[in-house]
Design a protein around this ligand. Structure first.
Ligand code: COA
Length: 165
């Protein structure tokens, strides 16, 4: 039987425990998950693409079922090139729904063979976003329950450098 592969796309600036929760639960369904960092995101980022890839890889402790990559261009083309048919996304709140619904429908129109699978974010992470974590960390708030330890250290370093500039 061929491997069941899902692509989990996003900006991951940085990866949080909410993202990790989606990956861990996704691994109960799929044999392999490709965490794909979008290169052409219009969001202003704190971490470079290379830093984000490194943090994701370290956070997953080299689990062979988790691949880390970047992509340019249309997500659905990337998904098909990976030999996958499923896009994995997390839904945190009703407010996520409209945006995700629109993207999932467009992706399905672009490539009918690609489906989007949504997992409801676990209760402790319902309020979490990368932006909120960055804000709390740079104001010296506690983020140890929100991000993996390697991300906490990287955030502290980034925020310290930003304050020095
Ligand atoms: N836990 C914690 N945070 C979560 C989360 C979870 N389970 N799920 C989403 N989030 C947060 C993210 O941290 C992010 O926070 P931020 O806005 O503060 O950075 C936010 O929710 C959503 O961002 P993300 O999941 O990274 O998605 P995105 O909107 O930045 O990126 C892409 C969406 C990359 C998938 C989409 O733009 C894309 O496919 N681009 C490729 C181009 C393309 O094909 N376009 C056509 C699509 S129709």
């Amino acid at each position: 039987m061929s491997k069941r592969i899902a692509v989990y796309p996003g900006s991951f600036d940085p990866i949080t425990n909410g993202h990790m929760d989606i990956v861990e639960r996704g691994l109960e369904i799929f044999d392999e998950i490709v965490i794909a960092v979008a290169r052409n995101s219009e969001k202003k980022s704190l971490f470079t693409i290379e830093e984000r890839l490194h943090l994701i890889a370290e956070a997953h402790c080299n689990d062979p079922r988790v691949k880390v990559d970047t992509f340019d261009g249309l997500l659905v083309d990337y998904v098909v090139n990976q030999g996958a048919r499923v896009i994995l996304r997390g839904l945190r709140a009703v407010s996520d729904f409209e945006y995700e619904f629109q993207i999932a429908q467009m992706n399905h129109k672009l490539r009918r063979e690609v489906e989007t699978l949504f997992l409801m974010t676990s209760v402790p992470y319902g309020y979490l976003s990368s932006s909120i974590v960055k804000e709390v960390a740079c104001l010296n708030g506690p983020v140890e329950t929100l991000v993996p330890p390697i991300v906490r250290a990287a955030l502290a370093e980034k925020c310290r450098k930003m304050k020095e500039e």
